[in-house]
Ligand binder design. Sequence first.
Ligand code: 4GP
Length: 858
Amino acid sequence: IDSVIPLQSRELWKKHEVKKFNNGDEFQRKFIQHVETTLARSLYNCDELAAYEAASESVRDNLIIDWNKTQQRVTARDPKRVYYLSLEFLMGRALDNALININTGDEGDETSREMISDAVEQLGFRLEDVLDQEPDAALGNGGLGRLAACFVDSLATGNYPAWGYGLRYQYGIFAQKIIDGYQVETPDYWLNLRNPWEIERSEIQVRISYYGHVHREQGSSTLSPSSWIGGEQVLAVAYDMPVPGFKTTTVNNLRLWSAKPTTEFDFAKFNDGDYTNSVIDQQRAESITAVLYPNDNFESGKELRLRQQYFWCAASLHDILRRFKKSRKPWKELPDQVAIQLNDTHPTLAVVELQRILVDLEKLDWHEAWEIVTRTFSYTNHTVMQEALEKWPVGLIGHLLPRHLEIIYDINWFFLHDVEKKFPKDVDLLSRISIIEESSPGRQVRMAHLAIVGSHKVNGVAELHTELIKTTIFQDFVNIYGAGKFTNVTNGITPRRWLRQANPQLAQLISETLEDKSDRYLLEMSRLTGLAKYADDLEFQKRWDDVKYHNKVRLADLLCRLNGGVDVISRDHIRDTLFDIQVKRIHEYKRQQLNIFGVIHRYLSMKEMLAEGASIQQVAAKYPRKVSFFGGKSAPGYYMAKLIIHLINSVAAVVNNDREIADLLKVVFVADYNVSKAEVLIPASDLSQHISTAGTEASGTSNMKFVMNGGLIIGTVDGANVEITREIGEENIFLFGNLAEDVEELRYKHRYHNVPLPETLSRVLSVLESGAFSPENVSEFQPLVDAVRQHGDYYLISDDFESYLASLALVDDVYHNQRSTWLRKSILSVANVGFFSSDRCIEEYAETVWNVEPIRET
Ligand code: 4GP
């Protein structure tokens, strides 16, 4: 490896090599050093926040040493690398995760989370309180962003030479406050405190251009090298976050770009006496990475978003190619050295940018360049929802990126030309598949089409989803390219965060129970099947149940703390209260409205029994103790989703204050759902709900998290629920509702016929209309009623309502009357959840999409 240090000086470097701490004593020395020098504090003013920072700095030092070695190792061997381009990385907290990964499994490594916990305690702090100081890195919306975070974890754990590339937003996903039952968004300025987990690489800067115009030799076509003279210029500065693997010394890199003004200055303006405005123009640069767009499964089409996308694609590609060029290999070997994964269509401009670089700057022939491009990229689709498929107005792209628009047109020209040869005279086909949509009010670029054409592999994220994209939105492309280009990689989650970190008690019980008495199963999840033989062991069931109880109390404690020290749920009957949880983005397709309608139904039925003279014991026999938890954010501009949030809170206000039903039913909306709250909520669930309209949820990943934590799930036959059922057995999951294949016909019926609603749902809707939950504004929830009654019930609430209620009744019965059966189901679910580790997913990508191999320490 190149170095500027003269040979004779290198011995000295080696002599003074920085060492990792390896025991509690050494950790404490580091810790105090960071308190006193890095933080300029002391024994006399070190609070919990400072302790968090000092602990993080100390642990980070260890990671960075391994990070450096990992990078040196990869540079020396120069293997094919993977780059995961994602506009979102929903990482959550870093310190606890780093502590779980701190022991590398190497001989002589004596570090452990317990060791640090003790060391911190000796210094006067409780580790839990210290960990609680860390703000979430919330640079994502939901499933797509959290998937990227699980993937970088598994890439490091699997020792893959892989980097993530994203944006360093100054404001992550907004913090949600609930005020008078309504969602209120407040900015998440997460960088307010110094962030010990990032390394500013002020020396790594990439100049990014926008606007301007294109020059070319007279008479030459757009296919020949052209020069784009950009107008506005900004700088992309790299910030690196170390991503440690589990039981390995591999520490990979997540590189996030931040926008800065260039050092140039508009002297013309300045000389006109407009100094202030020339500075303000410069500041415009920083707005590019100011904020994460808060939409999940929805595209808003804002110019600033397009500016973000290009900024990030151009900076990342520049960086990737700089690294490739170091090996001095010919361009045609790029696809043997580099695999770039497009996480959804957001990074699709990278396809165009690479073609531009190869043709305009590297002077490759168009076709030679295009071959290299398509062999380099692959694309993951995450949704079939029309409103989420990205399209950009041609005019906007042409204005912002004039050369890129020319290239897009040329890509499209060759693509259509090839298709025309294969399917002559099929004009309809050509207009359906064209990258350019000829729509009113103007032409649009269909980013999904561009991503498919520019990639060698396209994948869906669960079997059903992949099947759906192949037979609906991308069907034409299957006919054109053949089925081999389309493949499935079912999503997964990292068991380190979602089991070991979120649920230490369960993780511990599992280690003690499995034959090898170790936590190896966190790497080899198939070992969990060793739990199956204890499924009917009553003593084991009791221990299993105790862990769940402990986690339910932990959730009650958190809610109490968030509520200013006042209990939100009663402590009296926690063990016999079913914790029913639905936490995810609020979206009509995810059907939180179905859930809350079910809650209303339950409440009305309880009241009816009482009114008819039943005793509270009789009511309890039919409707035993239950708390319905909800959590999730709505996009700020999504009216219906916000109304659903208000309905949940309004129902909570009525139900929770109704003395007559004596705490048998409670409704809790947990404000500001995020990764660190998920880590407490998920382990506490007895039941969780994954009840999207069949065919709408591409995969879902929280379903996997709940199962991994011993919760049972109620769900529709949608997304990964299908494969969860296959893995854990259909007797261990509560499935209900219509199938994806029937959805279209049902929607058609609703549109053209007056389909009568089930009596149960009618009653719920009438009560809603009566204003029982909105006395101050009687018609407030009318839009939710109308969506079902008047507007075609697009999400098929009425079609699934009865089977949903039946399924919930079954849940009550098993939970309350057959607890041992319940625990058996829970144990068997965990025993068979191994398939859903993101390690398995990454292996599949590595083999079938990227063709990359792990690089281990030798
Ligand atoms: C989400 C899907 O809605 C979810 O089903 C899936 O599990 C997740 O991606 C990861 O693949 N999609 C989005 C989005 O978050 O914005 O399209």
